[in-house]
Design a protein around this ligand. Structure first.
Ligand SMILES: Cc1ncc(COP(=O)(O)O)c(C=O)c1O
Ligand SMILES: N[C@H](C=O)CCC(=O)O
Length: 429
């Protein structure tokens, strides 16, 4: 047994499935998780000190790479002062100001501890503000594990083929209406049927949790118009895309402003965090200013705020987004050349530094088409990459992330590994 196998066996005795989040389980790729000891830049090291070039990035937060010296230093400074007070600190205001400065649609923002809390709270706020109960979510989008949002969810729910409804009261699930991504006609029908009952539409503006899928041209603009025309709030879940696709997130990239935005991942610099923000008149509904209650013992935790603020300051000062776009384009072109020269049924989907490979020749535009990808081929591909020391998310229905720490040589090595892995899996098609 390897050290990771032993560690996994031990973990399974005391933790359900041996993992604290199902997405880490490796069961969809017929393998077992690697136990990580450390990370530095673009690399992670397992408990046997094997080195992996990493494209998981802690599922998104590590845009600057692991263990960035300035973030580590700022955390050390904060640890010495104290790790939690349950009282206001100035660093909460600092991070809020950085977010508001970056994201035009946010006038006020409330910090929470995870992306799940952010989306749950955003829904409660939308319901409290509009006085309506129904929510529209899009198939294959994942917004964390809140009751209202597990219906037809992506990420681990799709990876593990879980229905999403076990343990969720019918009365709650029935308030969620599901529509396909990239399909305005379906939404129009829903709006006509439930016109005065829908509080909000929530979506990942660019999806990552059914693999990366880009919105069709003008999809987000038209969605904005349709929701406004029907007095329905538009919630962009930018937990993954916020500060990832550009400093102002997907909404800056596509020039569409939602009413409420949810954030997480990058804004905590690798510590547990979430946030939701939006227009002033909507955010004024949040307690103690307004009637919508939401709270948290560790909300605005000074360590998370410090790491987040330091990360945003580093991102703001640099040309990181231009560089990530270049790296993403280089990697995607290399992968596409490999696919073409080997004649494999696969496609690369990429926006900025988020990308996925789908093993299908059907154009992937939504949840149904994402599911045409051959997950057996994906599993074999994943394992071939891992053997070559490339650590990818262990699921077809996740996004890969490039960080600012990835070098040109590392990207080149990844393209070479991709060629060899594709060559090996070709016979499985
Ligand atoms: C788009 C999106 N929303 C919400 C979440 C939930 O965030 P968390 O895992 O921090 O609860 C995630 C990731 O898990 C996500 O990718
Ligand atoms: N897809 C999820 C978030 O983006 C993966 C993280 C998790 O649920 O553990």
């Amino acid at each position: 047994m390897s050290n990771s196998e032993e560690a996994f066996a031990e973990a399974k005795k005391v933790i359900p499935g041996g993992v604290n989040s199902p997405a880490r389980a490796f069961s969809a790729v017929d393998n077992e998780p690697i136990f990580i000891e450390a990370g530095k830049g673009s690399k992670v090291y397992d408990i046997e000190d094997n080195e992996y070039l990493d494209y998981v990035g802690s599922w998104g937060p590590m845009i600057l790479g692991y263990n960035h010296p300035q973030i580590v230093e700022s955390l050390q400074g904060q640890v010495k002062k104290g790790t939690s007070f349950g009282a206001p600190t100035q660093v909460e205001t600092e991070l809020a100001e950085l977010i508001i400065d970056a994201v035009d649609s946010i006038a006020k923002v409330r910090m929470v501890n995870s992306g799940t809390e952010a989306t749950m709270s955003a829904l409660r706020l939308a319901r409290g503000y509009t006085g309506r109960d129904k929510i529209v979510k899009l198939e294959g989008c994942y917004h964390g594990h809140g009751d209202s949002l597990l219906v037809e969810a992506g990420s681990g729910v799709t990876t593990l083929g879980i229905s999403g409804s076990s343990g969720v009261p019918n009365d709650i699930a029935s308030e969620t209406i599901v529509a396909p991504y990239n399909d305005l006609e379906a939404l129009e029908k829903i709006f006509n049927k439930y016109q005065d009952e829908i509080a909000a539409v929530i979506l990942e503006p660019v999806t990552g949790n059914m693999g990366v899928i880009e919105p069709h041209d003008e999809y987000l603009e038209n969605l904005r118009k349709m929701t406004a025309d029907n007095d329905i709030l538009l919630i962009f879940d930018e937990v993954m895309t916020g500060f990832r696709l550009s400093y102002g997130g997907a909404q800056e990239l596509y020039e569409v402003e939602p009413d409420i935005t949810t954030l997480g991942k990058i804004i905590g610099g690798g510590l547990p965090v979430g946030a939701y923000g939006g227009k002033k008149e909507i955010m004024e509904y949040v307690a103690p200013e307004g009637p919508v209650y939401q709270a948290g013992t560790l909300s605005g935790n000074p360590l998370a705020m410090k790491a987040g603020a330091e990360t945003l300051k580093l991102l703001k000062q640099s040309d990181v987004y231009a560089s990530l776009e270049e790296k993403g384009a280089y990697l995607a072109e290399g992968f596409r050349n490999n696919i073409e020269s080997l004649g494999i049924k696969a496609q690369i989907s990429r926006v900025g530094s988020m990308f996925s490979i789908f093993f299908t020749d059907t154009e992937v535009v939504d949840y149904q088409t994402a599911q045409t990808s051959n997950t057996d081929v994906f599993a074999a591909y994943f394992n071939q990459m891992l053997k070559q020391g490339i650590y990818l998310p262990p699921s077809q229905f996740e996004a890969n992330f490039i960080s600012n720490a990835h070098t040109e040589d590392e990207l080149k090595a990844t393209i070479e590994a991709n060629y060899l892995a594709l060559k090996k899996v070709k016979k499985l098609e």
